[in-house]
Design a protein around this ligand. Sequence first.
Ligand code: PEP
Length: 249
Amino acid sequence: MRSKLVVGNWKMNGSRAANAELLSNIVAGLDGASAACAVCVPCVYLHQTQELLAGSPMKVGAQDVSDKACGAFTGEVAASMLVEYDCQYVIVGHSERRAYHMETSELVACKAEAVLRAGMTPIVCVGETLEERDAGQTNAVVSEQLEAVLKLLDEADVAKLVVAYEPVWAIGTGKTATPAMAQEVHAALRAQLRAHSAEVADTVPLLYGGSMKPDNAKELMAQPDIDGGLIGGAALKAADFLAIIHAAR
Ligand code: PEP
């Protein structure tokens, strides 16, 4: 059986003072029975987050990474740098990166590979826009996005992935996919993984993201192929994030 995983994505939010309050309240609310959890913070806050989470079950993560190892790539951050801050998870291919930074599925796959080479876990995001859903293209879109990653990695690396299904129309909008809608896409992603490798299909965690909140988290995570959540807005409120983590038990 897969255990549940809940990951917060702070996006471009935070300040040293706000982070200290948020993280200390989250840490205080975790207990031995809490589901596996992590926060993906802006890079400039990795050191602070590493220090505040030291010894806690909450792991540290980043929101993006370069596909390059080092060198003349102004503004970029390498996977080897993230490791130095105890990062265990790195989000790659978030829809905001795909939309605003023109990231292709091939680039996202290279980023996932860079994360793996550095010994961390990539959280590969896939998801369709509202226009694509309305045109009946949901499965084709997410399948193309995942396939680029499956094509580049060998089976042992695919086994180390986390995949997050995040319908673009549900991110930050307050609109959530119904549990049945989300489960349908998760089942298709699981089938795609199975076609690639029957060995790993049942072990790769598939997270749902898109306005997951305390009041819908339990029902979403009760679906057979939903193994946790990638949480944006609700991860910025300690009480909400903790309620989602506890709903994942
Ligand atoms: C996200 O940014 O990955 C996300 C799921 O955001 P929200 O929970 O705010 O919809």
